[in-house]
Ligand binder design. Structure first.
Ligand code: UFG
Length: 339
């Protein structure tokens, strides 16, 4: 069965392509290389011994997208391709709406015209905003996200629900908590392009001496150590959830057209807990300073992922420390590549 993976050379996309190939799916990747590099394709091939088909273009180019659907018998789609930097989305909201919504709409037009089912959408726990109670399950009311990025995810979900209802198509929305870590082979990971926004890539670069000090954004939150709490989920575990979700879409008849799953560990960790876990796991120092809170940050978010366990047979398996060990291996790999 051939699955189209958009953004398949990106961080979560590349790990998911590996899991799909390992589970005997054929994969067609579309990625415009705007936030990744070509060597990731070669590394996917080295890890799996298989060659996914790759098209380097932007999904807004409808005529090219049509050609891909003409050339392959696509039977499902996992849609990762999107801009994802929260801060940048505040400076360039229109670029975010244009990119994230038009690519989704173009894809859905093709799926509709060709009567293709099985669509999985990369959503985010950002759609919950600061939830009133923890842990967050899928019935937690959504709040308007602060960032335009977050709004594109919420709008994407709404577009997909309408699509599913009008065209009787089964779709799955996966709401990720905070993905971290790298492939155990150290050949795939989050590419640090520019100054990292996210915590773990910044910690990685600080430990490596690329950055002088980590800024811990706020130690006056109402949490035990005063720093904000998130649910950090290992990227390979996350990738495996996509295969399970796809297998369910394909094989299991369901009464619901739209299935929504939270993907997290169910455990919250504070910023300082992550820093200290990284130091312990890798026996390195991470110098840091406490700074003011970052605008738009929430205090706490962690998942109740019981629904994914019950319905997909999936749960997070990898500890925070194990995940952080793979991050350091990935940094070492990137250093050898530079030489
Ligand atoms: N943090 C620091 N210093 C840094 C970077 C982050 O202290 O240099 C803190 C943040 O303030 C936050 C925590 O680390 O408390 C995690 O921050 P990230 O930027 O890694 O992640 P966020 O939870 O802010 O955002 C992530 C993704 C978004 C997604 C959101 C909710 O980056 O794409 O989760 O799903 F929308």
């Amino acid at each position: 069965m051939t699955i189209l993976v958009t953004g398949g050379l990106g961080y979560i996309g590349s790990h998911t392509v590996v899991e799909l190939l390992n589970n005997n799916f054929d994969v067609v990747i579309i990625d415009d290389l705007s936030n990744t590099e070509r060597f990731i394709l070669k590394n996917i091939e080295e890890i799996t011994g298989k060659k996914p088909i790759f098209y380097p273009f932007d999904l807004k180019r409808k005529e090219l997208l049509k050609q891909v659907f003409d050339a392959h018998k696509i039977e499902g789609c996992i849609h990762f391709a999107a801009y994802k930097a929260v801060g940048e989305s505040q400076e360039k909201p229109i670029d975010y709406y244009e990119n994230n919504l038009f690519s989704l709409i173009n894809l859905l037009q093709e799926m509709k015209e060709r009567n293709i089912s099985n669509f999985i959408f990369s959503s985010s726990c950002t759609v919950y905003g600061q939830a009133d109670k923890m842990p967050i399950d899928e019935n937690t009311p959504l709040k308007l996200p602060e960032s335009s990025y977050g709004k594109t995810k919420q709008m994407g979900e709404e577009i997909l629900k309408d699509f599913a209802t009008a065209h009787q198509k089964k779709i799955t929305l996966l709401r990720y908590f905070n993905p971290i870590g790298a492939h155990p082979s150290a050949k795939l990971g989050e590419l640090p392009i520019g100054i990292p926004n996210n915590l773990v890539p910044y910690v990685m670069q600080t430990a490596a001496g690329v950055r002088e000090k980590l800024s811990v954004w706020g130690d006056d939150y109402p949490t035990e150590d005063g720093t904000a709490i998130r649910d950090y989920i290992y990227v390979v575990d996350l990738a495996k959830a996509h295969v399970k979700a796809l297998q369910k879409l394909i094989n299991v008849s369901s009464d619901t057209l739209v299935d929504i799953y939270n993907l997290g560990t169910g455990k919250g960790s504070s910023v300082l807990e992550v820093v200290h876990a990284f130091e312990k796991a890798n026996d390195v120092a991470v110098p840091y300073q406490i700074c003011e809170r970052r605008a738009g940050d929430i205090t706490i978010a962690y998942a109740n992922a019981d629904k994914a366990e019950k319905e997909l047979g999936w749960k997070s398996e990898t500890s925070l420390e194990e995940a952080l060990r793979t991050v350091w291996q990935w940094q070492k790999y990137l250093e050898t590549r530079e030489k």
